[in-house]
Write a protein of this length. Structure first.
Length: 229
């Protein structure tokens, strides 16, 4: 998106990306509700609440710099990454996967991405490229880049040095700590209600207090495709 003066409107881009992802999760939630899968529906709505708990710097018509836009995107990418792993864990649990097998599966999911967040909201993102090099906050890790990042984010100085040493040794992200900082928003999905089959009531269109999208009317077949009596 470009403003009238030819400058990129970073705030509008951030808002559009955010809205697209939230709308997508809400669609998944409605679809799960239509199938009567209350557990999955609440799972998706919980993920929506986590995203909506993130700061929304575009509010009030504020303008953003490219650096502010990238910082916000990294925070959102962290949330989406952890949500994807939570989805995978949910899938593995349903299929009775052992804790050891799940640990291997999670390690594979974290093999190319690591996110580290401080209580004040600063984020360090480490990505392993296909060529074996590491990018920290989208910058290829070089000694001069590492030095500048240590000055900008001293709380991550030890991690920056760790990644630089790993890159030189060809170890990628191996041994990097996993940040277990809780995601924003509710601490956990609401408890599952003991509703047999999660049946919708035709009167209210509500299941367990959660509004449902009305079912679309059945489409009639075109007259030329109807069977003749």
């Amino acid at each position: 998106m470009v403003s009238d003066h030819g400058n990129i409107d970073w705030a509008s881009m951030l808002r559009a990306d955010f809205t697209l992802k939230v709308d997508s999760l809400q669609q998944y939630a409605y679809a799960a509700g239509a199938r009567g899968d209350v557990s999955l529906q609440r799972h998706y709505l919980h993920q929506v609440a986590q995203l909506e708990a993130l700061p929304q710097p575009w509010e009030g018509g504020a303008r953003l710099t490219e650096e502010e836009y990238c910082a916000a995107v990294r925070v959102r990418a962290w949330v989406l990454h952890e949500q994807q792993i939570a989805d995978d864990r949910r899938w593995a649990t349903k299929r009775g996967m052992s804790a050891q097998d799940w640990a291997l599966r999670e390690a594979e999911a974290r093999a190319k991405w690591r996110y580290h967040r401080t209580p004040d909201g600063q984020m360090l993102c480490a990505a392993l490229r296909d060529d074996g090099r590491i990018a920290l906050n989208s910058e290829i890790l070089e000694p001069e880049v590492a030095g500048r990042l240590r000055q900008q984010m001293p709380q991550f100085a030890h991690l920056i040095t760790f990644y630089l040493d790993n890159q030189e040794a060809g170890r990628g992200l191996q041994g990097a700590p996993v940040d277990r900082t809780p995601l924003p928003g509710p601490s956990g999905p609401p408890p599952e209600p003991p509703v047999p089959g999660g049946v919708l009531t035709a009167q209210s269109g509500v299941r367990d207090g959660t509004p449902q999208r009305p079912a679309a009317p059945a489409k009639r077949r075109p007259w030329w495709r109807r069977r003749r009596s």
